[in-house]
Design a protein around this ligand. Structure first.
Ligand code: ZN
Length: 251
């Protein structure tokens, strides 16, 4: 299927979606052209769902950066916490940059169905994000108990509590799974900003790219609907929205 046809399907849900390949190309061009750094001076950390589809659909060119350090657990929440953020911060080249890519994921099939994908070798579609869908099922059937976080299923219970706190908003939305994914994005974004504020980086820049990561069927690839693009210049503390500058790098 042509790229424009694939984009048309995904953009029926996420109007600003681009391919993850184009998103990575934008970032590499920005790093080289605007920050005047080599990609090998950039430490990439991602906080995306541990779902195997995210390894299968990982954009090859992202490996021009150092890393990735894996911060994410179920549905991309940064479960490695302050220690994870501190760990890769201490691995970054001296004059380089840290790039944190984060967000929840969701499937959009070739027929435009939300919350599922066709995976290699399977006859039927399966849930994506499976954890978000399972948490939604429990939320809608009133099975989530406030404050219940167990050692045996810590990450899943955390996702459940994030949704539970916004139950009304999700239940009243026209597409509850779409809304639940927005809620999880907001929780991840808040946590990432909190972790960044509590971490010191021995380099020049921190780039924060927040997005909804959209997976599709095995022959369709993955897509990126950006929500945040922030550049922090560490010497001055300046924070700048670089969404427009990144956009200009495309094609
Ligand atoms: Zn997932």
């Amino acid at each position: 299927m042509l790229k424009r046809e694939r984009l048309k399907i995904v953009r029926s849900w996420y109007p600003n979606a681009i391919t993850t390949i184009d998103a990575v190309n934008q970032l590499v061009d920005y790093v080289e052209g605007t920050l005047a750094l080599e990609p090998s001076q950039v430490m990439l950390a991602d906080s995306i769902c541990s779902d195997d589809v995210n390894s299968i659909q990982y954009p090859v060119r992202a490996h021009e950066f150092l890393g990735p350090f894996k911060m994410g657990g179920l549905d991309g929440f940064p479960f490695t916490g302050l220690t994870g953020m501190g760990a890769f911060a201490s691995h970054v080249p001296d004059d380089g940059a840290v790039l944190v890519y984060y967000g929840p994921h969701i499937g959009v099939t070739r027929s435009g169905a939300l919350g599922e994908i066709h995976r290699l070798g399977q006859a039927k579609n399966s849930g994506c994000c499976g954890a978000a869908r399972a948490a939604m099922g429990k939320l809608m059937s009133n099975q989530i108990i406030a404050g219940n976080i167990s050692e045996l299923d810590y990450q899943m219970n955390t996702i459940e509590q994030i949704l539970f706190a916004q139950k009304e908003r999700i239940a009243q939305a026209s597409v509850p799974l779409f809304e639940a994914t927005e809620v999880i994005y907001e929780a991840i974004d808040r946590r990432i900003l909190e972790l960044v504020d509590k971490t010191s980086y021995p380099c020049r820049y921190v780039m924060l790219i927040g997005a909804i990561l959209i997976n599709s069927d095995s022959d369709m690839g993955s897509f990126h609907a950006q929500k945040r693009a922030t550049l922090i210049t560490l010497s001055t503390g300046e924070r700048r929205d670089i969404a427009d500058e990144l956009q200009n790098k495309v094609n």
